[in-house]
Design a protein around this ligand. Structure first.
Ligand code: AMP
Length: 286
């Protein structure tokens, strides 16, 4: 595994791999790698002859007061996981390397950032889009794999790539879950044992809602209400949103009349968790 902390040698390594005719697959992460991240690596491996992983806790995507400082950093363990998974190129820059000066250029994807997490995390998606665009320049891969767990992020990046003609194919990978359904997340480490049990209610509520839709429910207000009720029955939680949105535009729906996504953000204790599931209008095989 080739490891880089500097930009130019990393870019050269990617270009050299491409020069030998191999496709390069990129998996950008913030580290604290878990089986969700590694599933993206394996997906990239299937599609490409070389796999590159980046680990960078990007300060510009954390709003003031968020968990930038306490975000888990486990570089040694991450490196071992990457090596074991057969990662070819690992890029672990520091903040000074990525942002030698405060950037004056930011990527803003309008519209898609207006709902869901957008208003609740001011500047978050600008930070994400900008750092991902930078990573696409530093590691000019053929393919990049992102998780559906962060569904709005995936939509934002797809749109950015389309709008700015970035020559990279974006692949979405289904959410990897714990056996009880909880979506794997680096932030799950913040949960106490009892909060961890309670957190199960998020995916349970989403799966139950998707089931309701399969059985014919199309009224989004009723779907959202059922999800809220299920989560609150499991214990005290601050539900930031439960929304049914168009699967591509993320436009809020009142009726499930097209491929959609039920998305939620919930705080349990101090920990903010997000999750989502796909739903199709009744009668449509997704
Ligand atoms: P992060 O390190 O949290 O920024 O995530 C890096 C990448 O891993 C993003 O594309 C995430 O969507 C993806 N990811 C995180 N958790 C999961 C999961 N449970 N299943 C699938 N992908 C995930």
């Amino acid at each position: 595994m080739l490891e880089f902390t500097e930009i130019e040698p990393c870019r050269r390594a990617v270009l050299e791999a491409k020069g030998t005719g191999l496709r390069v697959g990129l998996v950008p992460t913030m580290g604290a790698l878990h089986d969700g991240h590694m599933a993206l690596v394996h997906a990239a491996r299937k599609l490409c002859g070389r796999v590159a992983v980046t680990i960078f806790v990007n300060p510009t995507q954390f709003a003031p007061g968020e968990d930038y400082r306490q975000y888990p950093r486990t570089l040694e363990a991450d490196r071992a996981k990457c090596r074991e998974a057969g990662v070819d190129i690992l890029f672990t820059p520091d903040v000074q390397t990525m942002y030698p000066e405060a950037p004056q250029t930011m990527v803003h994807v309008a519209g898609l950032c207006d709902g869901l997490c957008g208003p609740l995390r001011p500047g978050h998606f600008d930070g994400v889009a900008t750092v991902v665009m930078k990573l696409f320049q530093i590691l000019p891969a053929d393919v990049a794999v992102f998780g559906e767990k962060d569904y709005q992020q995936l939509a934002v990046i797809r749109r950015m790539v389309r709008d700015l003609n970035v020559p990279i194919e974006i692949i979405g990978h289904p959410t990897v879950r714990e056996p009880d359904g909880l979506a794997l997340s680096s932030r799950n480490a913040y949960l106490s044992p009892s909060q961890r049990v309670q957190a199960r209610s998020l995916s349970e509520a989403l799966f139950a809602a998707a089931d309701r839709v399969r059985r014919g429910e199309v009224e989004c207000a009723r779907i959202q209400q059922a999800v809220r009720k299920h989560i609150l029955a499991a214990g005290p939680a601050d539900i930031e949103y439960v929304e049914v949105v168009d699967a591509t535009t993320l436009e809020r729906l009142t009726v499930v009349d097209r491929p959609a996504r039920i998305c939620l953000a919930v705080r349990i204790g101090g920990t903010r968790l997000i999750d989502n599931v796909p739903v199709d209008p009744p009668g449509v095989v997704g």
